[in-house]
Each structure stands twice: as C-alpha cells, then as structure tokens.
Write a protein that binds this ligand. Structure first.
Ligand code: GLY
Length: 302
C-alpha cells in the first residue's frame, strides 16, 4: 500500500484486509476510513477545516482498477465516512459523481452514518483565521461578496489523504478523501472527487493519486496522466516526475503545490512533489508498520 504521509495511520488496517486475501478496493476504503476518523487531521473527514462560512464540505472518490468503475461525492456535509458514500455511488447508482444536497440525500437513503463534522478544534482554527482577516463568524455570514476573503486563504494549511493498494490477485485500487481547501468558497470542489485528476487506476498499468492544490491536478489531469505514462512503459518514478512536471508547466503563480503517489502492478512505487518536505507512506505485507519516505522534488516544467 502507498499513501500520502497522513495516510500512514490507516495503512495497518488496510494491510490487515490484504493479508486476509481481501481486495485492493476493500483495503483502500478501510485505510481511508481510519483517516476520516482521525480528529487530529484537519484536512480529512471529522475535524476537517470548514469553508469560509464555517461549514465542513467533504470530497471523496475511489476507483477499482479491475473493472475501472468509480464513485465520488463532492461538497458532502454531515456524513462520517464520505469514502463509503463514494463506494455506494459506484455500487448502487448509474452515476459516478454526486454533489452537495443530492449526495447527502443519497447517503441518507443508504443509511450512512451522520456526524457533526466541525469539531471544537477546527472551529477555533476557523475563528482564528477569520480574526486574522478582521472578520468574525457573524460578519462573514453577512458579507455579500466572499471572493476577496477567499483569495487570502491561498496560503492556509491544506491536506488530503490518498491511498493506493495492490492485492494478491494483482488488482490495484485508489481512494482519496478531503475537506478540501481550508476556508474555501462554499461549493468549491477540488481534484479529490474528480476521477483522472485526484486519482485514477487500471490494474493493467497501475494507480496514481494526488494531494495539494486540486486546481492544478484538475487542469493537468494529473492522476490519469501518470497512469497513461505507466501504460506507455514508464517506471513509477518517471511517471510521477513527468506528471508533476506537466502540472508545473501550467501558467499561474497562485496555486503551486502538488504531490503524487504512483504504484505499479509489479509492486514498484514512487512519490513526487513540487515542494520539498512532503513525505509519503508505504507498507508492504512483510512490514510491521508503515515507513515514511521522501518524495522526489520536481521543478521541471513540461
Ligand atoms: N487536493 C485536494 C483539494 O485541492 O481539495
């Protein structure tokens, strides 16, 4: 299994699924749910940072490399495990991506567990950020225009979890979950629920998933790019570097950080980033605990 660094807490659970002979898809879901429940992770699930108005809106998706079926939700509020809802979209609807109220209605219909997502700690971080902008929860809720405030959140803390797995049958799967851009404009959707941007997989070639500024991964189709490069014979290291370099090649100086993890069906893997210091997590069947590794830093622009 390969994950973003904050996914390490979920890998032992995912690995237990794989060791029992479970599927890569079951493993990525099991690992992701651990992170969605991790209250100290302010980028995913319960405890995630809210939008600028103080509401936590979650994005999640997954893909099964065996069938290339996929499911996703975006701007989902009030549910504990968005990755489960994404899986149910894949299994029970003729659709891939469900948004906002429709996604919540579907989650309710499926009996998914509801949850207050805004924790006291995350609320305090939001209030603190508003204070830095000269705002309060009351003043921001009265504002007619939020755009100027949202531009000031570009430098805010951010994160996402992604998890890739390879199972005994040689199938790969990918999953991504996030509360998205901290203090975003309400309704903003990142790359995480966009198949081909935030994650993509195909058991013939491998799997890839992104974290960082989703705007870049959407514009560059970064996860799909990496898997296409694997299909063309690239190693995971080359695919990861080239996919990041192509995102670097896009114009725009505001949103600059992007990270990727890549896993091939032969078990080789790699991580790359635009920015030093972003690690990724790996756990193989023989490891007792996950290992964090440095990603290749890519400055090239293609
Ligand atoms: N990569 C997560 C996001 O931009 O929302």
């Amino acid at each position: 299994m390969v994950a973003s660094g904050n996914g390490a807490v979920g890998l032992p659970t995912g690995m237990r699924v794989l060791r029992r002979g479970g599927s890569a898809l079951d493993a990525v879901v099991a690992a992701t749910k651990i992170v969605e429940d991790n209250l100290s992770d302010h980028s995913v699930g319960t405890g995630g940072l809210p939008n600028v108005l103080g509401e936590v809106e979650l994005d999640a998706s997954l893909m099964d490399g065996r069938s290339r079926h996929a499911g996703a939700v975006c701007a989902l509020t009030g549910y504990r495990y968005p990755i489960d809802v994404a899986r149910l979209v894949m299994q029970r609807l003729p659709h891939v991506l469900m948004a906002g109220d429709g996604a919540a209605r579907f989650a309710r219909e499926c009996g998914c567990e509801e949850r207050e997502l805004l924790t006291p700690a995350a609320r305090e971080l939001w209030r603190k950020r508003l204070r830095a902008f000269g705002e309060t929860p009351e003043s921001i809720s009265r504002k007619r225009s939020l755009a100027r405030t949202v531009w000031r959140t570009i430098g805010a803390e951010r994160g996402t979890v992604n998890v890739l797995a390879l199972d005994r049958r040689g199938d790969v799967a990918s999953a991504v979950s996030t509360s998205g851009w901290a203090y975003k404009y309400p309704g903003r959707v990142g790359d995480s629920p966009i198949i081909g941007a935030g994650n993509y997989c195909d058991s013939r070639y491998g799997a890839a998933a992104c974290t960082g500024f989703g705007e870049l991964a959407i514009r560059a189709g970064t996860a799909r790019t990496a898997v296409d490069l694997l299909a063309g014979g690239a190693t995971p290291a080359d695919a990861a570097r080239t996919a990041i370099a192509r995102a670097n090649g896009l114009e725009g100086r505001h949103v600059t950080r992007l990270n990727i993890v890549v896993l091939a069906p032969d078990g080789t893997y790699a991580g790359a980033t635009t920015f030093r210091g972003v690690r990724y997590a790996v756990m193989t069947a023989t490891m007792r605990r996950p290992r964090l590794s440095a990603r290749a830093v890519v400055r090239a622009k293609l």
